[in-house]
Ligand binder design. Structure first.
Ligand code: SF4
Length: 709
């Protein structure tokens, strides 16, 4: 097959889709065109494996819809005109300055992504915080990982997943919450299966739906949506009351036991069974299994994060692992499986939530450090973080924000209540869309379009779920007049006078050296900073096929785990056991809207299909949205397999084809979220108070038959 494709050369990159971080090689033909991909056999993450998205990834480089030239227009009613980069950047800088002069600095907002390279995130942060000076800068990671970030910070004092994939090879019990590994992260699932072939240990999957992962599990807990905090508090109740907790670890490494113990007394298994739908004996048995395992680990994804209490759910998972002493040891961890290929890079270095290197705007010392390093007056920085992505759109609606710069993000498909987003974008005085694909939906409402290079046309790094910094090298030159995001950020920065006094390196390796310099120093606990990458450089990262931070200067390899010494990132070094009361604040099925609506992913597609929607096999195997429905519920409504139905909520409606399956219970339907004008027209926009992440998975809907399309 490879010979048929005429491959004459293989070039190294890292997959640009999900956060697994598979090492990939792109095959080039004699003309230098990317024609295929293969996994890198000696890469520690994937050992040669790729999923369908990685295998077909070469197709996205030359896919239909690639942006090739900058575009400009004076209003969204006008047709697009091709522009030079100079004019596009001059016009955008002039519009941002005009709007800031008239309405204030924060009237310009920036929403970025988890897709671009870490060096690009760092440079964008410098531009946003140090030059443009808006405080309304966030990323689409608020739609997927914000609750994990918030929960890690509240429990451990810092973001940063403490575990790694190798923990599967050491654990004695795996508890998965709202995570469908086989479809969401197929290569991590393969790592798990590989570990299980060598050593059997129980897998417990908590999910309201019978997912592929639930089918594979030893124990499936089909929980009532939105009640995971009750289950977690109840597991802690059993462990603490039956004397199964690791009291030595609790005493040495945590604060808050007393208050936490008092709270979980209210979550006895009988009460929890009534709320969660999981019978009380099962709750007791799972708690005992977890606590008695030599090492036990928890993983989770969107089932926990995308909730009105996602941050509390993450803290509750951390509580479970703290009381059983399962943090920082092989096989014992709280591992959030992240979403996008560089969701971690944006968390670490982008300045979305504050300042680079896990620094925060609220800390005077952090503002001073970065101000001095960038040659920016620290007084220029705001003293607290601005709006999250999910609050930026309401602020546009209310007239507080007048200009928006969207970078590799597609809110018209990904945000809840997308009908409202369309009307919101129409209100902007100036919208810039920066994307590799000109046909991304938001371009319809833009005044400028910046064509960005795709991942394998650029140079830099991604960080994966297990903190592994991986290299991306330029496999082919940028298509036509598209430019790497780093080039675009640097070129735009030069349109402001204050950038003259700052350093904006053109080379990704030079940007990386700046990040290294910022990664050293003392952390909040008086020890060396946790996010220390001073021992890495681009060549070492490539040679080792990825390195996990921290890796300090003089060290030869990275660190698979955090908190191995039980010292956390609070000033006293102790983690927090947090007492969190469950609040019944979700929308729930009722007489008018009798079904739970659950949303999620399919293996063939990534996010809003801007790329996988254009790749032959991904689109061929998953060409359209569908709705899983229980056959008994369908029979009562007279709905048959492959009928079209209207899905209706209090927000809107969408027409979708029915797939009858026992995977969903009688009162639940499931729709993949990837498709435009579909499930997010009806999904729920309620936000978590800590992370501002939307509760995508817990809405109430009704089903109406559609007689004619
Ligand atoms: Fe890419 Fe994720 Fe698939 Fe690996 S599992 S090939 S990183 S999409």
């Amino acid at each position: 097959i490879l010979r048929d494709k005429g491959v004459v050369e293989w070039k190294y990159a890292t997959c640009g889709y999900c956060s697994t971080g598979c090492a990939i090689e792109v095959g080039l033909d004699a003309q230098g065109t990317a024609v295929t991909t293969r996994g890198v056999a000696d890469a520690p993450v994937n050992q040669g494996k790729l999923c369908i998205k990685g295998i077909t990834e070469a197709g996205i480089l030359n896919a239909e819809g690639r942006g090739t030239e900058p575009l400009l227009r004076s209003s969204i009613q006008q047709p697009w005109e091709t522009s030079s980069w100079g004019d596009a950047l001059d016009t955008t800088a002039a519009e941002f300055k005009r709007i800031q002069a008239k309405y204030g600095r924060d009237a310009v907002a920036i929403v970025s992504t988890g897709q671009i390279l870490t060096e690009e995130f760092y440079t964008l942060g410098k531009l946003a915080r140090g030059v443009i000076g808006t405080n309304n800068y966030d990323g689409n990671t608020t739609l997927c990982m914000a609750s994990a970030v918030s929960g890690y910070k509240r429990s451990f004092g810092s973001d940063g997943p403490p575990g790694c994939y190798d923990d599967f090879s050491h654990t004695d019990c795996l508890l998965a919450f709202g995570s469908n590994l086989p479809e969401q992260h197929p290569v991590i699932y393969w790592r798990l299966k590989e570990a299980l072939e060598k050593r059997k240990f129980p897998i417990i999957v908590v999910d309201p739906r019978v997912t592929m992962f639930a089918q594979f599990a030893d124990i499936h807990l089909p929980i009532t949506p939105g009640t995971d905090l009750v289950l977690l508090n109840s597991l802690a109740h059993v462990i603490l009351n039956e004397g199964l907790a690791d009291e030595d670890y609790i005493a040495a490494h945590t604060n808050g036991r007393e208050e936490f113990f008092e709270l979980v007394q209210r979550y006895d298994p009988t009460t929890a069974a009534r709320i969660t739908g999981i019978d009380e004996d099962t709750i007791r048995n799972v708690a005992r299994l977890y606590a008695k395992a030599g090492a036990a680990m928890s993983i989770w994804t969107m089932g926990i994060n995308q909730s009105t209490h996602g941050s509390d759910g993450v803290c509750a998972i951390n509580n479970l692992n703290l009381i059983t002493g399962n943090i920082g040891k092989p096989g014992g961890t709280s591992l959030s499986i992240t979403g996008q290929c560089n969701a971690m890079g944006t968390r670490e270095w982008s300045s979305c939530s504050g300042l680079p290197g896990y620094r925060v705007l609220e800390n005077e010392q952090h503002r001073d450090e970065i101000g001095k390093f960038w040659n920016v007056d620290p007084e220029f920085f705001p003293k607290q973080r601005g709006l999250f992505m999910t609050d930026i759109f309401p602020a546009i609606e209310s007239g507080q924000i007048k200009a928006l710069w969207l970078i590799a993000t597609n809110p018209m498909t990904s945000m809840p209540n997308t009908g409202r987003i369309r009307k919101t974008l129409e209100k902007l005085e100036y919208l810039v869309v920066q994307d590799s694909y000109v046909d991304v939906e938001a371009t319809q409402y833009a005044h400028a379009f910046f064509p960005a290079s795709v991942w394998a046309e650029k140079d830099g790094c991604f960080t994966n779920t297990e903190r592994r910094v991986n290299r991306v090298t330029p496999v082919t030159p940028p298509l036509a007049n598209s430019k790497p995001d780093l080039w675009i950020f640097n070129a735009l920065a030069k349109r402001w006078d204050q950038a003259d006094a700052m350093n904006f390196p053109d080379k990704a390796s030079d940007v990386f050296e700046e990040m290294k310099a910022l990664s050293v120093g003392k952390g909040p606990n008086g020890r060396e900073r946790m996010l220390d990458i001073s021992g890495m450089d681009h060549d070492k990262i490539l040679a080792q096929r990825g390195i996990q931070w921290p890796m300090r200067e003089g060290e030869e390899t990275g660190s698979p785990r955090l908190y191995t010494d039980g010292v956390f990132q609070f000033p006293d070094g102790k983690a927090k056991l947090l007492a969190m009361e469950w609040k019944d604040n979700n929308e729930k099925p009722d007489q008018d809207f009798p079904f739970w609506l659950n949303s999620g992913r399919v293996v063939e597609h990534f996010h809003t299909r801007t790329r996988t929607g254009k790749v032959g096999n991904c689109n061929k195997y998953s060409p359209t949205a569908y709705m899983e429905m229980n056959p008994d519920a369908a029979a009562e409504l007279g709905v048959e397999h492959m009928d079209y139905v209207r899905l209706v909520s209090r927000r809107g409606d969408a027409v979708v084809m029915v797939q009858l399956t026992q995977r969903v219970p009688y009162n639940m339907v499931f729709v993949p979220f990837h498709f435009h004008d579909c499930v997010n027209r009806v999904s729920l926009g309620l936000l978590d108070p800590h992370s501002r992440q939307p509760a995508f998975k817990q809405a109430a809907v009704r089903i109406e038959k559609v007689d004619q399309l």
